[in-house]
Design a protein around this ligand. Sequence first.
Ligand code: HEM
Length: 337
Amino acid sequence: MKDGVYYSDYLQLDKILGAQELESDKANAHAHDEMLFIIIHQSYELWFKQILYEVNSVMEIMAKPAISDSSPDLFKVNHRLNRVVTILTSLVQQIDILETMTSLDFLDFRNMLRPASGFQSIQFKELEAYLGLRMQNRHGKEYYTSQLKPEDKKIIEDVEKTKPLIDLVNDWLERMPFFDKAEYWNNEKSFWSSYAEAYSESLVDAEKNNLSRFETLILGHEKKEEWNLSPRARRAALFILMYRDYPLLQLPYNLLNNLLEIDNTLSAWRFRHINMVHRMIGTRTGTGGSTGKDYLQGALNSHYIFKEFAELTSFMIERHKLPELSTALKQRLGFDI
Ligand code: HEM
């Protein structure tokens, strides 16, 4: 054998593979499926660690005062967010493995786990907080940190004090470089009023209320406390969605799309988890003491983080109705400078 790094030392397998202690064994009542239960949770936590690593690196880039279009920054952001989405997609599928454990198998050791619960997963809560889920928007606020040790509660409170990814994206959108440059706009106001006109004409009678929402959310100037996105940021995001075929807007478009994919895969995981929980414990309360399925359903409904981006599709118009851009702006958005 050659000298150098050794596989099991490098991966510290003694620690990882020595970390499965069955509560049922401690009680001299070996429950076969408890091994699967532990390993699946540990795998989830390892993947959460990787996701947090990627999200934190993305946040570091997005926190720069300016992200240059001609630097690798935006590509890196997309590449890493895309990795997060791929991991989350695989985490949704891993519920299949857990579902090979039946309700009866689970009962063999379930009561030995109280009051532990996935609800105490700090990494999951950190992820939600880093992405932008704030305490005031949580389902069951009082309950949210009540099951945590004080030191773990502090970790979440500290993360909540930092600027989350959604705010960093808001700031980045507000800085969209060409919006304030008169040379690109015959007149910016007239671009948005032409857009509003085309939008208004596209609405059927039952949708007419959308026009006043468009005026407040897109054309407005005030950012309400409860919004994550300012109207200025929404204008930039809508512009990116509508003109995403231009080369310069493709990475920004992918970024917005990746955020929506994160919401999509996280909610798909929540949905699969709820169905699994319902099948596993019916209407019994969770080991963490919540109402179980009902709590989880409330969290699923209200914990979409990037929903304000999803709502922008309400304000899209057909491509052929889009206002014509100035030649200078088309050049800026294309490859020929
Ligand atoms: C037999 C399998 C499982 C059952 C019966 C189950 C049940 C529950 C229940 C009832 C809750 C609500 C809190 C409570 O009262 O305990 C919960 C929350 C949670 N569980 Fe599970 N769970 C299972 C597997 C998993 C796995 C494999 C993970 C992966 C890490 C996980 C992660 C979570 C998370 C992150 C929450 C908090 C969700 C939120 O706040 O929206 N659970 N679980």
